[in-house]
Design a protein around this ligand. Sequence first.
Ligand code: PGA
Length: 259
Amino acid sequence: MIFIANWKMKMGLSATLELTRTLTRQLRQLPDGTEVVVCPSYLNLTSVFPLLKGSRLQLGAQDCFWEAQGAFTGEISPRDLQEQGCRFVILGHSERRLHLNETDEQIHRKVEAALASSLVPVLCIGENYEQRAGNQKDNVLIRQMQVALQGVALGADDRMIIAYEPVWAISTGGVGIEATPQEVQYAGEVIRHIVIDLFGKATLDQKVQIIYGGSVHSGNVRAFTSLPVISGVLVGGASLKADEFIQVIAAASGGGNQQ
Ligand code: PGA
């Protein structure tokens, strides 16, 4: 099970470092097979990385550019992220699609670039409220994945995570309703079939994980992580408080406190 904390643009340096220190202290003994990834802002990555040494936490970025190097003022290269200690990179988050007009084609190039720099892409897909109301959910998932992943090859050491994040269920920007486990299982199955179409069943089994994100908290996480198709969660708001995020991890496996 993988737990990815998306800290968005919500914390400055001191809050980020304090939260990181608390998490590394309190998550020393994670069960085998449990991975925890924290994704601070770009600027805070290099300050967070040294704190993770010797801990069970791994580092992720919230985005990257689609080239490794060049005249791209203001952009951040996946190669830089890898050199600064990142193993994961969130790509195609709905907030970037909405506020920065990111397209599926751009996200495709980012996925390729991330893999070329040995990063694990965490590809976010999901329909918005209108698309859901118009029964377009499956079409949206198919289109987003086909464009983002067409022609992508996963090498021997590559790995990829697909995060189903229905836009309407995200705590900020959503419409205040939570996804039901049935809806998430259904979407997860659709995603699973698209992955099989694109990469084959063996690649799905060995290299691709499907996770859920959207208002996940300690009270609902188990309902999602117990779904057969889901192997982790992408957590925004509930990852900003150490106690709550630790509870999310504990509750996901139905266990008690992880400390
Ligand atoms: P949320 O954010 O958990 O606050 O809904 C999830 C996300 O946007 O990745």
